[in-house]
Design a protein around this ligand. Structure first.
Ligand code: CA
Length: 359
């Protein structure tokens, strides 16, 4: 009988009320010098217009590129901190590209996991209110702590858990994000050990804000791992689908087939460069250029402005900074097509070609 292997499955969905998806999800196999890890992440961007998508994609690409390039794997938590710092710098630089601003109007949540496929040891890094949970013994346990106004008010005793769940609660206000400030400190959790039958769940608030923990646990109990992302997204859409929904589940599969990993375009290009093949970068650049022109025309025709709704930063001390970056929305739109010119890994269930997905 083939030995169980760690498998991850993921999916993302725009939901039922938003017109575009600012979430992203990705997986990568990383490691060097005999160490090998699976990296899994979920990011939920914010900023209005296309800035949310740009922020989450930028954070995703830089975080994974940092891990792909890492040589010393003796201290995985240190690498997680470095990946979160690099992701923050990349989004901040992009959000302040046309001015000397102290705060960027672009930001994203990021929850990033590293798992050792030999023994299921996992480390997690988090900024924002996307979450990591462990499902074990029929129960869902939240691992990460939200950096959100309601979570802080509940922790401070200002708000009850019931009040925090009410529709009036300002649940979309997050107090720490990747890319809004020059520096960010990520929370690190672990090591946790993912045992057979247990599931690591990463998700955006489009899932955990709409579907109760008990229902999530029931779905994880009832469904094979590979069906869980679709079933969880369907549950969030049944509950209204008022936000983008992103889910990644990871656990032990007894199918014996290696997890298939799709890297985001930027990471794939970085890997090709390391092998000395530069042609792909120019092809990608050319395609991105064409896509940028097409999108610019579409945006001009549609008269697209900043989108309504969505995640918000905590009130900014520099309102002028936020306004000045809003005016750059067309430039940001053109840049964003670099991310979108190739099929995003976000929509591909990670490990779709993997094993039986049994837990
Ligand atoms: Ca969201």
């Amino acid at each position: 009988m083939p030995a169980p292997r760690l498998a991850a499955y993921a999916s993302t969905d725009v939901g039922r009320t938003r017109d575009h998806n600012e979430d992203t999800v990705a997986t990568a196999s990383v490691g060097a010098g005999g160490a090998s890890y699976e990296a899994w992440l979920v990011a939920d961007g914010m900023g209005g217009g296309v800035k949310g998508e740009v922020a989450s994609a930028t954070a995703r690409d830089r975080a994974l590129a940092t891990l792909v390039a890492a040589k010393d794997w003796s201290d995985p938590p240190r690498l997680l901190r470095q990946a979160m710092r690099e992701a923050n710098a990349a989004v901040f630089d992009r959000g302040t590209a046309n001015g000397e601003l102290s705060r960027s109007a672009m930001g994203t949540t990021l929850v990033l996991a590293l798992a050792d496929p030999r023994d299921g040891a996992c480390w997690l890094a988090n900024v924002g209110d996307s979450r990591a949970y462990i499902y074990a013994g029929g129960q869902l346990r939240q691992v990460t702590k939200d950096h959100s106004l309601v979570a802080e008010q509940v922790a401070a005793g200002i708000m009850t858990i019931e009040e925090a769940k009410s529709p009036e609660a300002p649940r979309n206000v997050i107090t720490r994000a990747i890319g809004t400030d020059r520096e960010v400190e990520a929370d690190i959790f672990g090591p946790l050990r993912l045992a057979p039958g247990e599931v690591l769940l990463l998700c955006s608030d489009g899932l955990h804000g709409l579907v109760a923990d008990e229902e999530v646990a029931a779905i994880l109990q009832a469904r094979p791992l590979r069906e869980a992302p679709g079933a969880l997204i369907a549950a969030a859409n049944r509950a209204g689908g008022s936000d983008n929904i992103t889910v990644l589940v990871a656990g032990w599969s007894e199918g014996g087939t290696a997890t298939q990993v799709e890297l985001p375009p930027a990471v794939a290009v970085a890997r090709e460069r390391r092998r000395g093949v530069r042609g792909y970068a120019w092809i990608a650049l050319g395609l991105a250029g064409i896509a940028a022109i097409v999108l610019t025309v579409v945006l001009l025709l549609a008269g697209a402005g900043p989108g309504a709704g969505g995640k918000e930063q905590a009130p900014s001390p520099t309102a002028a900074a936020a306004e000045s970056t809003t005016r750059q929305s067309t430039a940001a739109a053109v840049e964003s097509t670099t991310q979108q010119s190739t099929p995003a890994p976000a929509t591909t269930p990670a490990g779709a070609g993997g094993g039986q997905g049994s837990r």
